[in-house]
Ligand binder design. Sequence first.
Ligand SMILES: [Zn+2]
Length: 211
Amino acid sequence: MPHRNKAVTKDVQDKLTPLMVLQDFIEGNSRFIRDEVHTIDHKALITQTTDGQHPKAIVLSCIDSRVPVELIFDQTIGDVFVARVAGNFENVDILGSMEYSCKVAGSKLIFVLGHESCGAIKAACDHVELGNITSMLDNIQPAVKKSETQVKGKHNSSNTEFVNHTIENNVRLTIDRIREKSPILKEMEDNGEIKIVGGVYHISSGKVAML
Ligand SMILES: [Zn+2]
């Protein structure tokens, strides 16, 4: 099994391209599926990152307990920023966090990660209304509306095809809105300094399928 005892340094981060980071994530997910993740010297990584961090990427994920972000990409201390909200959509605070990650802290990749069997997506498909959950789910409605034009049959969570389309639409629309709402990130992407990509984590297999 591979072993990790070196944290990402500024030098290492500077030399990474967005494509190299994406490849690193894809290979990490492949190791995760094969149950061949790195053994980690946590103590060494804690010591090396005490005075600073140079993460390779920021991942926007759902809060779902079955999606342990670092683990599924075989990443560890100091490797990634992670923003989490039920339904993995952007908002002003998450956009600010992404701008910090890329423009200030030097990360090269924004990864929007949806997942199979997402409770937030299912609730949005069912138009659930409950406390603050109601306004949270409004963020997912554009994806639901798009699926309504694409999928036949029932437009609620009983229709797996409808739910799966909405999971994918939500990732794609979130990426579109990141580009629209953040001129900083759009410019960085246009200049080739970062990539903004999306994928769906399959909780039944451990695989991240790129969109
Ligand atoms: Zn979810």
